[in-house]
Design a protein around this ligand. Structure first.
Ligand SMILES: Cc1cc2nc3c(=O)[nH]c(=O)nc-3n(C[C@H](O)[C@H](O)[C@H](O)COP(=O)(O)O)c2cc1C
Length: 363
């Protein structure tokens, strides 16, 4: 069934219920090899012009799945068949926790926006590790997005990131330290430069120790940031990725915003806003980070991508890779292939020979 037919049905359901159903469908699909192959034929696109390598990883295309959709790695077998170039699992907290009271996800179809205040519900790192350990392989790179439990005091936040990393290290291709969700009280205070240096130093040390223990290279360490930081903050954060011993190897920009655009009243629930109203601000953050790092540090651009033109704008702002979430709710999984089909035409139209030349051209 096409998403055009399915969407009105899904939109009659509570958003979180629709999400749970879609995860259950993908989890079931993961057990059906023939069905999976059929889905892959429909949704995946192979075009060598879209392939890139970062952090020693191969990305067959730049469009990834953002964190928050598959928090517990239930759909990790099936998701690559939807055409993603990489997927990010999580946010995973060390211990299981229920998250905030329901309802906690709200759709705004007229604005193509979502507000969520989920608060990292999840089964915890041990359950996610078991699921990832059972995967038959990694057809696309898998990122693991880590957060802290709500009841862990902020001063002990680093213990949470490290204990989750200890369980998950063998199963990820990159690591994302998430300090930017607006729904865990105090979490975003970790984005201050001093707090961030302390946290990242501790995570980097654990990453090195685990690499020795497991006899594999340390995981590339990415930092996911909020769109609500000011330019001084962003410049300080950019500097963490520079120099001979960088504390992070890339950025994911951005998480949801706590701001509400004045031009769009009605987005009234509390929580993090994503989707179309986030596009412009998240692009501005990407451009600032790109300039602060002289274009030398890969940025995964996320926030408000609902079309190939939006994806292209993010690349021009300075993103090397992209992620989508809210766009999938409004446009369905076909969004990924649509972006991949149209991207090369967009950069060629502007006279860029390839993606790398388009990157950062409006930063
Ligand atoms: C329902 C929902 C849950 C989310 N949960 C997480 C999460 O657990 N961890 C995280 O880093 N980002 C989470 N996000 C943020 C997304 O990964 C992404 O950064 C943000 O939604 C902007 O992208 P978009 O406009 O394409 O949705 C969530 C977003 C939504 C809509």
């Amino acid at each position: 069934m096409s998403y055009g037919l399915l969407r009105p049905l899904l939109f009659t359901l509570d958003p979180e219920r629709a999400h749970t159903l879609s995860i259950a469908a993908l989890e079931a699909l993961g057990h059906m090899p023939r069905g999976l192959a059929r889905v892959a034929r429909r949704y995946t696109l192979h075009d060598p012009r879209l392939a890139q390598d970062f952090w020693g990883l191969h990305f067959a295309n730049p469009v990834g799945l953002a964190a928050g959709y598959d928090k517990d790695a239930r759909a990790a077998v099936a998701l690559p068949a939807l055409g993603f170039g990489f997927i990010e699992i999580g946010t995973v907290t060390p211990r299981p926790q229920p998250g905030n009271p329901h309802p906690r996800v709200f759709r705004y179809p007229a604005q193509q926006a979502v507000i969520n205040r989920m608060g990292f519900p999840g089964e915890g790192a041990a359950a996610v590790a078991r699921r990832l350990a059972a995967l038959p392989g990694h057809p696309v790179p898998i990122g693991i997005n880590l957060g802290k439990n709500k009841d862990t005091p902020l001063e002990r936040a680093q213990d949470d990131y490290i204990s989750a990393l200890e369980l998950l290290f063998p199963y990820g291709d990159y690591l994302c330290v998430n300090v930017s969700s607006p729904n865990t009280p105090g979490l975003r205070l970790l984005q201050g430069e001093e707090a961030l240096r302390g946290l990242l130093n501790a995570v980097a040390a654990a990453n090195q120790r685990l690499a020795l223990q497991h006899q594999r290279p340390p995981l590339p360490l990415l930092l996911k940031i909020a769109p609500d930081l000011d330019n001084d903050n962003l410049d300080a954060i950019g500097s963490l990725a520079l120099g001979t011993a960088p504390l992070v190897h890339g950025f994911i920009a951005t998480n949801t915003t706590i701001e509400r655009p004045a031009s769009q009243p009605g987005l009234s629930e509390s929580g993090g806003l994503s989707g179309a109203p986030l596009l412009e601000r998240s692009n501005a953050v990407i451009a600032r980070l790109y300039r602060a790092t002289q274009g030398q540090v890969p940025i995964i651009g996320v926030g408000g991508i609902l079309s190939a033109a939006d994806a292209y704008a993010k690349i021009r702002a300075g993103a090397s890779l992209l992620q989508v979430y809210s766009g999938l709710i409004f446009r369905g999984p076909g969004l990924v292939r649509e972006i991949l089909e149209d991207l090369p035409g967009l950069w060629l139209r502007d006279g860029y020979p390839d993606l790398a030349h388009a990157r950062g051209s409006t930063a």
